[in-house]
Design a protein around this ligand. Structure first.
Ligand SMILES: Cc1cc2nc3c(=O)[nH]c(=O)nc-3n(C[C@H](O)[C@H](O)[C@H](O)COP(=O)(O)OP(=O)(O)OC[C@H]3O[C@@H](n4cnc5c(N)ncnc54)[C@H](O)[C@@H]3O)c2cc1C
Length: 371
């Protein structure tokens, strides 16, 4: 079992940080080994498992109360570290993994474009063969970790099929910008990527030509399974805060929590949080057993995103106007939770996926339980 890092030195979220602060927080968590979970030791990982990763992310969420920090970490891990681990050549692993695991480089992945988000197949960014390499043209929008990222896995169509490329912020013809910065999860930085005749060498192709759609699916499965681990820690704080408030605040001569309308909301928040923890544990169990998480990760993401939003609304309602005070984290969490319904595929997309999985291939049948 890995020793849980001591996150007491990581600042607790107290309003939108400047980019330099976001960068220094990410460096600090990297130094505590947060980017090394569930990765083999010979590649610089801790050699532990996904259950340990969930535990660490949850504790970091609780300590930092920063959904943006957790989003940035997840974009880095599932967007760049794991795709390179799973699909990279030996040379790519050697070049990228030590820098990404130590936090010297920050990564992420760029799928979404101004004209398409949910409909990944509609992407218009293109890669064309040029000499020994490729030239990229297109635009990516709402990308986590841009403009701080050093490298991104950028998806583009090559010969009409989605493929993945490793692109540096310093590549000629490539520009990482603040355009389209989002007002959700403000402890992270989001932005755009503009590719105008961006030339890259052949060794920047990640995985096989045309394997991009499958790679996106795999990256998003991991992201959907675990992106709410840190947020569960934040929801734990949110629940404790609401319980404290409802015990201290009085209305009609009794504690707020004595009113059933309030206590029932609190019960629902507790149930949602515990259900997210169960789902996270199930995804970790499946990953650690080498089993597929296509269905479980979509269920986890859908449940957790909706639960985070409902609990954030409940928290503000229970706290009344105090929950909406300017600078209140409770109010910000509502906005963050709206982001949570969109990143890694929207709630609607998860429902489409779950329904499709029940209706295709081995169509759903009743599942009798063993004695
Ligand atoms: C905080 C944050 C961070 C993000 N980080 C990244 C990142 O790092 N990399 C990246 O590539 N992208 C990132 N995104 C973008 C995210 O992936 C997209 O927002 C998401 O895929 C939805 O796309 P869209 O916003 O263009 O909405 P659209 O696809 O235009 O959808 C608009 C609405 O229509 C619904 N809808 C669309 N298609 C269907 C359908 N077939 N059936 C039912 N409903 C449908 C959607 O659910 C949504 O409610 C991020 C987004 C946020 C909010």
């Amino acid at each position: 079992m890995t020793k849980t890092p001591d996150f007491s030195g990581i600042p607790t979220y107290s309003g939108p940080p400047k980019e330099a602060e976001i960068q220094s927080r990410l460096r600090a968590v990297a130094e505590l080994g947060v980017f090394r979970h569930a990765l083999p030791q010979h590649l610089g990982g801790l050699g532990d498992n996904f259950a340990e990763l969930v535990k660490t992310h949850r504790n970091l969420g609780l300590a930092s109360r920063d959904p943006g920090l957790m989003l940035a970490i997840n974009a880095h891990l599932w967007g760049s570290v794991f795709p390179i681990l799973l699909y990279g050549s030996e040379a790519q692993k050697e070049k990228f993994l030590p820098q990404l695991l130590s936090g010297q480089w920050l990564g992420g992945h760029a799928i979404t474009e101004p004209s398409c988000g949910s409909d990944v197949q509609a992407m218009t960014t293109v890669a064309s063969p040029l000499g020994e390499g490729y030239v990229l043209n297109g635009e990516k929008r709402y990308i986590s970790n841009v403009p701080l990222a050093d490298w991104l896995v950028i998806y583009a169509k090559l010969e009409g099929k989605i493929s993945a490329f490793l692109v540096s912020r310093d590549d000629e013809g490539c520009q990482f910008s603040h355009e389209g910065a989002l007002a959700a999860c403000r402890g992270s930085a989001t932005g755009s990527v503009s590719l105008k005749d961006c030339r890259i060498d052949a060794d920047r192709l990640l995985g096989k030509v045309g394997a991009g759609a499958q790679m996106i699916q795999k990256a998003l499965e991991y992201e959907r399974a675990f992106v709410f681990a840190g947020i569960a820690g934040i929801m734990d704080w949110q629940l404790a805060e609401v319980v404290r408030y409802s015990r201290e605040r009085r209305s009609g001569g009794v504690h707020l929590g004595k009113h059933q309308a309030i206590s029932h909301r609190i019960s629902d928040m507790k149930l949602r949080l515990d259900t997210i923890d169960l789902w996270l544990g199930e995804c970790a169990r499946l990953c650690d057993a080498g089993q597929r998480i296509t269905l479980a990760s979509a269920q986890t993401k859908l449940y957790a995103a909706e639960a985070f939003l409902q609990s954030s609304l409940d928290a503000v309602q229970i706290m009344g106007a105090a929950g909406l005070e300017s600078g209140s984290l409770m109010a910000e969490l509502v906005q963050d939770a709206m982001g949570g319904r969109l990143f890694s595929g929207s709630s609607e997309v998860q429902k489409n996926l779950i329904a499709a999985l029940l209706g295709t291939g081995d169509a759903y049948r009743p599942n009798p339980q063993a004695n």
